[in-house]
Design a protein around this ligand. Structure first.
Ligand code: UDP
Length: 386
């Protein structure tokens, strides 16, 4: 008899797990999601008025160095190459981001070449910081006070709602500093946006005779007993009814506006780095599909705040207090039977789409190789604690 698998959450983690277990032919999979749609926070839908493809929970640009993931995902939708070029509004003017040679030369009113810029930025950096312990130290070491205060400090305080000294240095490592005029936001080898949006990609992943999907279906732990194994991609603390307290998340919310003209801001994403401007960035969604044409435009002003009980969690904060709590929840999780925690929320890590797809592929192949011997199967694929 086929083993019965429950997957909680129809985002990329859950959808890839479902697909991979279904195609091995040994499993019957039920995917539940409490929302009324699939694709989690990657959900895209056409705006009713303009027909523009809207990134409903904020912009998602697929980018990865992982060729396996890149090839895999293209089985489920056509991706159009896309380069994200971001502009930053600062107290000193509008610049290109991530910091690159144009940013440096315009910001400091210089005309440096790559090697001169590298030497210049190294002199800007605080060389007394040898082993940066937090976001602020990392920024001061890398780019110095001027760049940190104009591009990062205000934005980061708004985005994370705390002192950048409390945040891990690794958050800054997401953004390169370049000594060339390359203004691509990402360094990844493969970058693109699905032609029909992310919802279509996830829908194709889930489209398999051995996968059943129930939307508007809230998971409860009583469901576990009806399945051989559960892969849970909801928030780890929610699984335990927050009994040890709440892990810190930032949530974002949007003010959506219609622009009655073809172009509101001339760029997909513009960041607002000053703390006095309350939103963090403005995204204009038609620019994510430059292959389409629309007479009007829609744009979202994005704000960030602490996640309350009814808000959607987005960014795991991972402050020191969170990490202590996370450890305790992990210990509780180890005591659970036949459950594996997956994805950004299930593992409380700052993962991008390609990370969760990569892990889901690895976890599903391990599980299939062990023929679903659920009792001994791992609770977490990655026990990294940082
Ligand atoms: N950041 C900033 N200013 C910017 C853009 C980013 O200070 O204009 C900081 C901010 O703390 C953010 C981090 O750099 O959380 C990583 O940026 P990224 O664009 O990777 O964030 P995400 O894509 O997750 O929103």
């Amino acid at each position: 008899m086929k083993k019965k698998i429950l997957i909680v959450g129809a985002g990329f983690s859950g959808a890839v797990m479902a697909r991979e277990l279904a195609v091995t032919n040994n499993f019957e999979v039920l995917v539940v999601d409490e929302r009324n749609h699939i694709a989690g926070n990657c959900y895209t839908a056409r705006d009713g008025q303009t027909n523009i493809m809207e990134h409903v929970y904020g912009p998602h640009i697929f980018n990865t160095n992982n060729e396996v993931v890149w090839k895999y995902i293209q089985n489920f939708g056509e991706f159009i190459p896309y380069t994200n070029r971001v502009k930053a509004v600062t107290a000193k003017g509008i610049f290109s981001l991530p910091i690159n040679l144009l940013t440096i030369n315009q910001f400091f009113k210089t005309a440096l070449n790559p090697s001169q810029a590298a030497a210049f930025m190294s002199a800007q950096g605080d060389s007394t910081i040898v082993d940066p312990q937090n976001f602020e130290e990392q920024a001061l070491r890398l780019m110095g006070k001027d760049c940190y205060e104009n591009f990062f400090k205000g934005y980061t305080i708004k985005q994370w709602g705390c002192d950048p000294k409390e945040l891990p240095a690794s958050i800054l490592n997401r953004l390169p500093v370049r000594y060339s005029y390359d203004d691509n936001y990402y360094n990844s080898r493969f970058q693109g946006i699905p032609i029909d949006g992310y919802t279509a990609v996830v829908s194709n992943l889930l489209n398999h005779p051995q996968i059943k999907l129930k939307l508007n279906h809230k998971y409860t732990s009583e469901m576990n007993s009806h399945f051989d194994h559960v892969f849970y991609s909801g928030p780890l603390d929610a699984y335990f009814d927050f009994k040890l307290g709440r892990l810190g998340y930032r949530t974002i919310y949007f003010e959506k506006e219609l622009h009655d003209g073809p172009d509101f801001q001339g760029n997909p994403v513009i960041n607002y780095c000053e703390e006095t401007v309350l939103y963090t960035r403005v995204h204009e969604h038609k620019h994510f599909t430059p292959w389409e044409s629309h007479e009007q435009s829609i744009y979202f002003k994005e704000y960030s705040k602490e996640t309350g009980p009814t808000d959607i969690p987005y960014y795991p904060k991972r402050l020191n207090t969170d990490k202590i709590l996370l450890k305790k929840y992990r210990e509780l999780a180890e005591g659970e039977k036949n459950v594996t925690f997956i994805g950004r929320l299930g593992t409380y890590r700052y993962m991008d789409m390609h990370h969760v797809i990569d892990e889901a592929l690895k976890i599903s192949s391990l599980f299939a190789a062990e023929a679903g011997s659920s009792d001994t199967f791992l609770k977490f694929f990655n026990t990294e604690d940082s």
